[in-house]
Ligand binder design. Structure first.
Ligand SMILES: [Zn+2]
Length: 139
């Protein structure tokens, strides 16, 4: 069965690296961004933004625990409540991204080391649609 990302422009699979988040980097000031489609750099207005694979590890920078499911019908069955959502600061570049933090809400803490993880969301036609979260790095 084929697998595809729910966010085709920001979460891609590569034969060498596996799944990666894709951000952009400004050629002028080297600012890195994620989840945006800016026509120019929001920091320096430089017009040249290049795609870049982002680090797959980081640490929880801030979080909250969601205890209510989103309203309405959803195709995805995960995450189940309660779950943690928050900002993860990616290693080495300081970029913080908003994400599902797939760690027991009773265990999640600021500074907890986490890594990118693929999560099955739902089947559509003959494809498995996956999303991303960050999970605890177990030693
Ligand atoms: Zn810039």
């Amino acid at each position: 069965m084929a697998t595809r990302s729910i966010a085709r422009d920001f979460f891609v699979e590569d034969l060498d690296r596996g799944w990666s988040l894709v951000g952009t980097r400004c050629r002028s000031c080297h600012e890195q961004l994620f989840g945006r489609a800016d026509p120019a750099c929001p920091r320096c207005a430089g017009p040249d933004l290049d795609p870049v694979l982002l680090p797959a590890s980081g640490a929880v920078w801030a979080y909250t625990v969601q205890r209510n499911p989103p309203p309405g019908r959803r195709r995805a069955t995960t995450p189940t409540v309660p779950y943690a959502v928050g900002l993860v600061e990616l290693d080495g570049i300081g970029l913080r991204i908003l994400t599902h933090i797939d760690v027991d809400p009773e265990r999640v803490t600021v500074g907890l080391p986490v890594r990118l993880a693929v999560r099955e969301l739902y089947h559509e036609h003959d494809e498995l649609v996956v999303g991303f979260a960050f999970e605890e790095v177990l030693s």
